[in-house]
Write a protein that binds this ligand. Structure first.
Ligand code: AMP
Ligand code: MG
Length: 263
């Protein structure tokens, strides 16, 4: 657990040089997929670079995790099981990405079903529908497994929504959830007819809003395709858009999860 400036000062004020803290939860991060290559390597035809691991390692570290890098596992049941076992052995929380859609190579859910309890295997949200959560008993202790979708935006958004609060809870935070604020849309946004959506946005304070009392304004980060990680690049908020028909008009108020600093 990291102590803040005032906390460290308070310890000094009380004359203390040692104090017990919650240990940081150990988090193992695994990418899955035969198509994945390490950044820096030369790409063979049909390969792409593994970007989820770098992303999730950074996000898990920022959420207070002590991260173990499990590398890339190919799409074979044996490779996957061996990598998952290594994670369970060493970590309290396992984050995997990929291999949870409905194709032939979606091997994670059957594996988790066999070695633990799958609590859910789909979420009615956009992005992130195939997200899976399981618990596995290993060496007498329960491990949490978040099997996140492979698409880069989906894996990061589902980590923010599920993984980050779980890590903060394990690390002993009093309020592990993201702060929520009310924001005004600066532009019209389309709604999804089937799923609530977490729309990536940049929010800023506008002192002229609400007859001069001020308020937050949200601007979309653009194309929200779940493969377009750039939509997260300048996002400091996830707008909670309800499922619905048509569009939400500019000027509408919505709630937003504050996932980054406000510029
Ligand atoms: P999957 O659920 O494994 O079919 O993955 C869905 C999509 O995400 C596919 O287009 C994958 O190539 C892509 N993907 C999966 N894992 C990664 C990763 N670690 N980095 C970047 N893209 C990925
Ligand atoms: Mg895959």
């Amino acid at each position: 657990m990291r102590l803040g400036a005032a906390e460290l000062g308070l310890l000094a004020t009380a004359g203390l040089t040692a104090v017990s803290v919650h240990p940081a939860p150990r988090v193992a991060v695994l990418s899955t997929g035969d198509e994945l290559a390490e950044p820096g390597a030369k790409l063979a035809p049909g390969q792409i670079y593994d970007s989820n691991r770098a992303t999730l390692i950074a996000a898990a570290t920022a959420a207070g995790g002590d991260v173990i890098d499990l590398g890339i596992a190919g799409d074979s049941p044996d490779a996957l099981e061996a990598a998952v076992q290594r994670g369970l052995e060493r970590a309290d929380v396992l984050l995997t990405s990929g291999g949870v859609s409905m194709g032939n190579l979606d091997l994670i859910k059957p594996l988790l079903d066999r070695i633990g309890v799958v609590h859910f295997g789909r979420l009615r949200m956009k992005p992130g529908k195939p997200c899976t959560f399981a618990t596995v008993m290993y060496a007498g202790r329960q491990r949490l497994v978040f099997a996140l979708p492979g698409n880069p935006v989906s894996s990061l958004v589902t980590f923010y929504l599920l993984g980050a609060p779980a890590l903060r809870q394990l690390a002993g935070w009093r309020e592990p959830r993201w702060p929520r604020v009310q924001v005004m849309l600066s532009q019209a946004l389309p709604l999804d007819a089937y799923r609530p959506e977490y729309h990536r946005a940049a929010i800023r304070w506008d002192a002229t809003l609400h007859a001069g009392s001020g308020g937050f304004v949200a601007e979309s980060t653009g194309n929200q395709a779940s493969s377009r990680l750039l939509s997260m690049r300048s996002a400091n908020a996830l707008l909670e858009l309800p499922q619905g028909e048509g569009i939400l008009a500019a000027g509408s108020m919505v709630t937003a999860l504050l996932i980054g600093e406000i510029a």
